[in-house]
Design a binder for this molecule. Structure first.
Ligand SMILES: CCN(C(=O)c1cnc(C)nc1NCc1ccco1)[C@H]1CCCNC1
Length: 339
């Protein structure tokens, strides 16, 4: 509509089918940042101009400079968010953030300490959490909640499309307030979230071929738009890997002989009465490096400690196959077959 030129949609860039990010602006005049729209967290952080250049990951990314923003409001409260490989630390600031053409006055974190692992590999600058407010650090109201409270969205939902290969333009799309029929076919199947305040559902099992091998008595599955792969408890994933005949790589990934790929079984995730099938095309990353083909498996073992874990995490390669609608009005997640 005329007020917000891009009516709540943000095109996403697809980097190697493993990182999907879109542009937001912070401050006046606008300072641009590439962020992951991450349903696995609920805070917004970007690198800070106060981040020591000794932090390589800060040096190589866009940094927010409060001093040149007319709309900056000082806060200064400390901030720390924990990732598997280290903490992002900094302090809070407030400024105008524009997402999909929609402006909000937002409290966010300026990161002054950014662990090199994993962020030197990030093509994005920061993370915009799309999780529920009760998972937000320092009790900060998340961006999407600030947008909902403006009552400008047709529906209190957001949807995510991730393309399956980098040649497709755009590499993905975030829609605030609805879905984009250009990117899915058929109807949505909905699953209620399993516990208040997390994009998490009860999974009824994981099958390899026709055999239900894992999660036979039910288990938790987080739908995480900010994770590249599908992760599951390490014991289950190692059996899964052996079943498909993959072998472990040094840095923790798994590969299969590309000649065997077409004979590999499908993997099915049973959610809400439906089986969501991933064929080899969906779970094998076929990359040609130095003239030779590497077929890596996009499953990873990850043991998340209780109370969050044990949990399966369905990330980008699941969403690339199943267009996903996150419904805050009905606290449910909808899946449709992605185009
Ligand atoms: C963003 C932090 N995350 C990553 O898994 C992650 C780390 N480091 C790099 C370099 N990339 C990551 N994700 C790339 C990506 C973009 C979209 C899909 O996957 C996770 C942490 C847990 C919550 N959910 C998000």
């Amino acid at each position: 509509d005329e007020l917000f030129p891009s009516n709540g949609t943000t095109p996403l860039t697809n980097y190697l089918d493993t990182q999907y990010y879109g542009e937001i602006s912070i401050g006046s005049p606008a300072q641009m940042f590439n962020v992951v729209f991450d349903t696995g967290s609920a805070n917004l952080w970007v690198p800070s101009s106060h981040c020591s250049p000794l932090y390589t990951a800060c040096f190589t990314h866009n940094r927010y400079d409060a001093a040149i923003s007319r709309t900056h409001i000082r806060n200064g409260t400390g901030f720390s968010i924990q990732y598997a490989s280290g903490n992002v630390r900094g302090f809070l600031s407030e400024d105008v953030v524009v997402v999909g053409g929609i402006p909000v006055v937002q409290v966010f974190a300026e990161a002054t300490a950014l662990p090199a692992i994993p962020f030197i590999f990030a093509k994005f600058d920061g993370v915009l959490g799309m999780g529920y407010p009760n998972t937000a650090i320092d009790g900060i109201t998340p961006v999407f909640d600030r947008i909902m409270s403006q009552h400008i969205l047709k529906e209190e939902v957001f949807s995510v499309y991730y393309s399956k290969d980098q040649t497709h333009q755009p590499g993905g799309e975030l829609v605030l307030g609805g879905t984009d029929p250009n990117y899915y076919t058929g109807s949505f199947n909905y699953i209620g979230i399993s516990q208040a305040g997390k994009w998490e559902v009860n999974m009824k099992g994981v099958s390899v071929g026709a055999e239900k091998l894992f999660c036979r008595d039910g288990c938790k599955a987080v739908i995480d738009t900010g994770s590249s792969y599908i992760t599951g408890p390490a014991s289950s994933v190692s059996v899964l890997i052996k079943t498909i005949g993959a072998t472990e790589l040094a840095e923790g990934g798994f590969t299969v002989n590309c000649d065997l790929v077409k004979s590999l079984p499908s993997v099915t995730f049973h959610l809400g009465g439906h089986g969501y099938v991933l064929t080899v095309e969906d779970y094998i990353l076929w990359q040609s490096q130095f003239g030779e083909d590497i077929c890596s498996v996009t499953f990873r073992g990850l043991d998340v400690p209780p109370p969050t874990g044990p949990v399966w995490i369905l990330g980008a390669n699941f969403i690339a196959r199943y267009y996903t609608e996150f419904d805050r009005h009905n606290n449910r997640i909808g899946f449709a077959t992605a185009v």
